[in-house]
Design a protein around this ligand. Structure first.
Ligand SMILES: [Zn+2]
Length: 330
């Protein structure tokens, strides 16, 4: 029997979780922390394909699935202002720093996935956190690195700890050079953004022709859901809810990607998908977790089934720099 690790919140489990919205918790007029969101932003059309017919996957968590393309998303959802205010970055990164050795091993494993990029490549990491990934890529491969980050404290930490200069602000509103990068990375960012379609189009604009886009997201494949239910049944316990309602001060995933949906979204936007495998997201990888990820990667290669907690996709931009972006719903 394959061993299923405990479900982990991606940011807390050590995914880069780099996408940060803001710095303060939601405060009521009395100054206390607001315990819940209001869900008043309904999605009328699928962000990826424009479809308007949705199935409900979870009433409790407001998770819908587009009947046309299979994209899973939260609707209605909290406003971006609420989400931004729900994150507090005052102490957020202290856990990362305390666990620096484990995180360096995690990033090292991710860099192994990118060793074919080449020495001296120009790399931009969207939502770069405290810059550990970029610093290690610079030191290992001689990459010329930059990144974006919305948390000012993270930008400061990246400079102080790693000598990496990040651009502060929301990526889509920044002045970034177009078609200038050999590699764009999105480490557990896409599930947080309000419009994955817009973010993928931005990545396409940042990349030179035949540049590479690396994406890691939590895995919403049905094989994963089956494994979770099976393991609970074998233990005689009720299966945990697949999707949790969003609440402040925790992960706010607005999208839940299956491998198929992510691959199709990339293909429709002018990317050639070169690799789909598991992302090894363990913040403190051990012999046991590494062997688990190796096993799941092998199973995925053999069967196409992804039992892992997170998915990694590497895709190459195949559109000429001057041609318009091919986006179904834009
Ligand atoms: Zn759709």
């Amino acid at each position: 029997m394959l061993e299923l690790p405990t479900e982990q919140c991606p940011i807390n489990s050590g995914l880069s979780g780099n996408f940060m919205f803001g710095a303060r918790p939601v405060l009521s007029s009395s100054g206390s922390v607001t315990p819940s969101f209001t869900f008043d932003e309904a999605i009328a059309a699928c962000d990826l394909c424009g479809g308007r017919d949705f199935a409900t996957l979870s009433s409790a968590a407001n998770v819908r699935e587009c009947m046309r393309c299979g994209y899973r998303f939260v609707s209605p959802r909290p406003s971006q202002a609420q989400i931004a205010a729900s994150y507090s970055d005052a102490s957020f990164y202290s856990g990362w720093i305390d666990d620096d050795a484990g995180r360096q091993r995690m990033w090292s494993g991710r860099l192994d996935l990118l060793k074919g990029i080449g020495e001296g490549a120009r790399v931009i990491d969207i939502g770069a956190g405290i810059g550990t990934f970029l610093a290690m890529g610079r030191d290992r491969y001689g990459w010329h690195v930059t990144g974006t980050e919305i948390s000012s404290s993270a930008v400061q930490l990246a400079r102080d700890r790693h000598g990496v200069d990040l651009v502060l602000g929301e990526t889509e509103s920044l002045e970034l050079p177009e078609h200038a990068f050999d590699l764009v990375t999105l480490w557990h960012v896409l599930e947080h953004v309000p419009s994955p379609s817009r973010t993928l189009s931005l990545c396409r604009r940042l990349l030179r022709k035949e540049g590479l886009l690396a994406i890691a997201v939590p895995n919403s494949d049905d094989a994963r859901g089956w494994l979770i239910r099976t393991k609970a049944n074998l233990r005689g316990k009720p299966a945990p809810e697949r999707y949790e309602p969003l609440r402040p001060h925790s992960e706010v995933h607005l999208s839940h990607f299956t491998s198929r949906v992510l691959v199709n979204a990339l293909r429709q936007r002018g990317f050639r998908v070169e690799r789909v495998t598991l992302d090894n997201q363990y913040a403190n990888p051990t012999t046991r977790t590494n062997s688990l990820v190796r096993s799941y990667r092998l199973i995925r290669n053999l069967t196409g089934l992804n039992f892992g907690q997170a998915t990694f996709v590497l895709a190459r931009s195949m559109i000429d720099e001057q041609s318009p972006v091919t986006v179904v719903n834009a």
